[in-house]
Design a protein around this ligand. Structure first.
Ligand code: NAD
Ligand code: IPM
Ligand code: MN
Length: 342
């Protein structure tokens, strides 16, 4: 976040965007300081902002709190839900300079450009009832409910079809319609929408096959649309194709284009505080914010170009470095991006 904020401040000045940047606590930091993962001042700031940049929440320190108080549910999911940020865009784009950092052979990922459109405020993450209950006999049972209404499917479908139309014209809807009724309805609704988008080639795929195809031949995909949990899992897998989860930004949008922007990765507890994390996913999330919520495509492009040039210059944090290659720190990577603007 520190590196992304620096880049945002610089771009704000250089393009005279007149953005007022305000900071607020969320997640574990907010629990430590105020006792709650989403203080009302933070929520009020999010409500009045045109766009939100979010650092990842969660970590071992808060893992034993009751589910409803944890940073993930009480912080992150609460903001997503309260602001109705249902449309989550996760672009898995391979920077050609990183073809060797991908876990797949370079020829399988050269030119890779997939957009995962994940439904973010429904599905099994939010379905009721949910909980852990005691069964007769004393054994406990955990349960969640996987639900989607037609209107929820239609609005995420619309996001995906519209984006597919502007990109490669292909949309793959991912479900588990061979087993789960909720996704039988999902498939039916998405299929029905296809008649309004004759220019988009629609296909359907079961999620298990989609996971396999992503690591077998990922370039077959253009836009993928799926529910909350499948999208969470598939986007982490897609991230690795681009070299590292440290490269994957995201946008979470409401119907009007207001959005929250965050890297797809989490708080990386195994390397936190060591100045090792790759800041590019968060920096690229700033670019998405400028493009999708603030209508500043030129400034967004400038950030993406700066990232590309930094990769051209061979700068690599540990996660994207080839074996034996020199490694830079989080701050050095931030410095390098900033230098591109001087
Ligand atoms: P994670 O994404 O934090 O880490 C998974 C692996 O990827 C780790 O080895 C980590 O070091 C590496 N990694 C992640 N980001 C990196 C970066 N920028 N540079 C280099 N390496 C990076 O996922 P996890 O370990 O499953 O979760 C850790 C915590 O983060 C949990 O509390 C989880 O709930 C939370 N989380 C939060 C968000 C969010 O706030 N958006 C997203 C995912 C996970
Ligand atoms: C993500 C994260 C979150 C999710 C967690 C932290 C709640 O994994 O943004 O991908 O599952 O949506
Ligand atoms: Mn995730």
């Amino acid at each position: 976040m520190a590196q992304a904020s620096r880049v945002l401040s610089l771009v704000n000045e250089k393009w005279q965007l007149n953005l007022a940047l305000e900071e607020a606590l969320v997640g574990g930091a907010a629990i430590d300081a105020t006792g709650t993962a989403l203080p009302s001042e933070t929520m009020a700031l999010c409500e009045k902002a045109d766009a939100i940049l979010l650092g990842a929440v969660g970590g071992p320190k808060w893992d034993n709190l009751p589910p409803a108080e944890r940073p993930e549910k009480a912080g992150l999911l609460a903001i997503r839900s309260k602001l109705d940020l249902f449309g989550n865009l996760r672009p898995a784009l391979l920077y050609p300079q990183l073809a060797d950092a991908s876990s797949l052979k370079p020829e399988l990922v050269a030119g890779l450009d997939i957009l995962i459109v994940r439904e973010l405020t429904g599905g099994i993450y939010f379905g009721q009832p949910r909980g852990i209950r005691e069964l007769e006999g004393g054994e406990r049972q955990g349960y969640n409910t996987y639900v989607y209404s037609e209107s929820e499917i239609r609005r995420i479908g619309k996001v995906a079809f519209e984006l597919a139309r502007k990109r490669g014209g292909r949309l793959c809807s991912v479900d588990k319609a061979n087993v789960l009724e909720v996704t039988m309805l999902w498939r039916e609704v998405i299929q029905d929408m296809a008649k309004d988008y004759p220019d988009v080639e629609l296909s359907h795929m079961y999620v298990d096959n989609a996971a396999m195809q992503l690591v077998r031949a990922p370039k077959q995909f253009d836009v993928m649309v799926t529910g909350n949990m499948f999208g969470d899992i598939l986007s982490d897998a897609a991230a690795m194709l681009t070299g590292s989860i440290g490269m994957l930004p995201s946008a979470s949008l409401d119907v009007n284009g207001k959005g929250m922007y965050e890297p797809c990765h989490g708080s990386a507890p195994d390397i936190a505080g060591q100045n090792k994390a790759n800041p590019l996913a968060t920096i690229l999330s700033v670019a998405m914010m400028l493009r999708y919520s603030l209508n500043q495509a030129e400034a967004a492009q400038a950030i993406e170009d700066a990232v590309s040039r930094v990769l051209d210059r061979g700068l690599r944090t540990a996660d994207i470095a080839a074996e034996g290659e020199a490694v830079v720190s989080t701050t050095e990577m931030g410095d390098a991006v900033i230098q591109e603007f001087q």
